[in-house]
Design a protein around this ligand. Sequence first.
Ligand SMILES: [Zn+2]
Ligand SMILES: [Zn+2]
Length: 118
Amino acid sequence: MSDQQQMHYVGYCRICGTGLLGLRECGSCGEVVVLCDECDSVWTDGDFAAKPTFAGENDLPCPFCESSLLRSPSRWATKSKIDKLAWLQTSLKAGDVEVKRSATLGDEADEEKNSEPR
Ligand SMILES: [Zn+2]
Ligand SMILES: [Zn+2]
């Protein structure tokens, strides 16, 4: 396992209360969405008061192009990508959010996904 990929997140999820709101980049269309790493809620911009999109049973379609946000080449957005996100920069300037960094625990996440009841 080589990809202990760093995740940039903008705070805690208001839906589940424990998840981190990671910035996820779609591998197909390149859009960046906000994804809770616990309950898989998705927001398409910094308006967290809006109702999130939820993941399906075993996949998470991109709200823009419907490709999987969970599978490669989708990934956590890089810093340079984040710096170009207009809505995020606006929220940052307004002081609404703060971007932080954490390492994702790939192994643990995979285990949880695999043990889902069918
Ligand atoms: Zn997409
Ligand atoms: Zn959540």
